[in-house]
Write a protein that binds this ligand. Structure first.
Ligand SMILES: NC(=O)c1ccc[n+]([C@@H]2O[C@H](COP(=O)([O-])OP(=O)(O)OC[C@H]3O[C@@H](n4cnc5c(N)ncnc54)[C@H](OP(=O)(O)O)[C@@H]3O)[C@@H](O)[C@H]2O)c1
Length: 229
């Protein structure tokens, strides 16, 4: 008989094995990437921290994927942005855009259940904490992940697409046959903006550098693409 020890369980293993699950304090720990001070990526530390507990309106998500937007690196390298998002709290856990599986459901949450696959933007702008194994998220910040979309794709379809949506639909009130100019059309926000504008029947003009014009010519085509070196 062999004893196997990992950080959650101690159990026997082998052909005729059985598991003994012990409720160590370890079970309340999780892995996370913390940031003590703004600066280079060397300031990130991969450590064990306490697993978050949820409020009545929150769910606990086991994080499968996160995406990194400009706000992530701006917060990481700039003390002013970090203060705007987290106040004086240090260390912090960055990360807002996520996709994962629900592990626990708060008392007042009726729209999700355990094991639902969900994605969304956690507590933005504020304490997101998605660079971690588990994150507590208000249920209103999440939605069900379509089965035909991977966790990676879902995590990448949150802040950038909402930014494009707010610009074109919420603020721009886009209509069929509008002419829309999208600068940085090949970028994270831009390539969503092209698709949203096309969806509403607009005529789309994009700008892009020569080197990545294929994205706007083939994968997400504009009506007219202006390229620069
Ligand atoms: N991603 C988000 O969720 C989000 C949310 C809110 C606000 N924003 C802001 O929206 C902007 C775009 O964000 P993003 O995520 O789309 O960034 P991104 O993926 O880096 O795309 C930016 C695009 O802008 C183009 N570009 C860069 N320098 C340029 C210049 N000097 N002249 C013309 N085009 C230039 C680049 O395209 P080419 O290489 O083809 O020129 C690049 O693909 C940023 O200012 C960001 O802070 C982003």
């Amino acid at each position: 008989m062999f004893w196997c020890i990992d950080y959650l369980n101690v159990h026997t293993c082998g052909k005729d094995s059985y598991n003994i699950h012990l409720s160590f304090n370890y079970i309340k720990k999780m892995k996370a990437i913390i940031l003590n001070n703004s600066g280079s990526v060397d300031n990130f530390n991969y450590v064990h921290v306490s697993k978050p507990s949820i409020k009545e309106n929150e769910v606990l998500v086991k994080v499968t994927s996160v995406s990194v937007n400009p706000v992530d690196y701006k917060a990481r390298e700039n003390e002013g942005t970090l203060n705007w998002l987290f106040g004086e709290q240090r260390p912090v856990i960055l990360g807002w855009d996520l996709s994962g599986i629900i592990q626990e459901v708060g008392k007042n949450v009726s729209d999700f259940k355990i094991d639902d696959a969900v994605f969304g933007m956690a507590n933005f702008p504020g304490n997101g904490s998605a660079y971690a194994e588990y994150v507590a998220v208000p249920s209103s910040h999440l939605t069900l992940k379509p089965a035909n979309i991977s966790h990676q794709e879902a995590a990448a379809a949150t802040l950038a697409v909402l930014t494009a949506w707010q610009a074109l639909v919420t603020n721009g009130n886009i209509k069929k046959d509008n002419k829309v100019l999208i600068h940085g059309a090949s970028g994270g926000v831009g390539h969503y903006a092209i698709q949203i504008a096309k969806h509403f029947g607009a005529y789309v003009i994009g700008t892009s550098s020569e080197k990545i014009k294929n994205l706007c010519c083939k994968m997400v085509p504009t009506n007219i693409l202006i390229t620069q070196k």
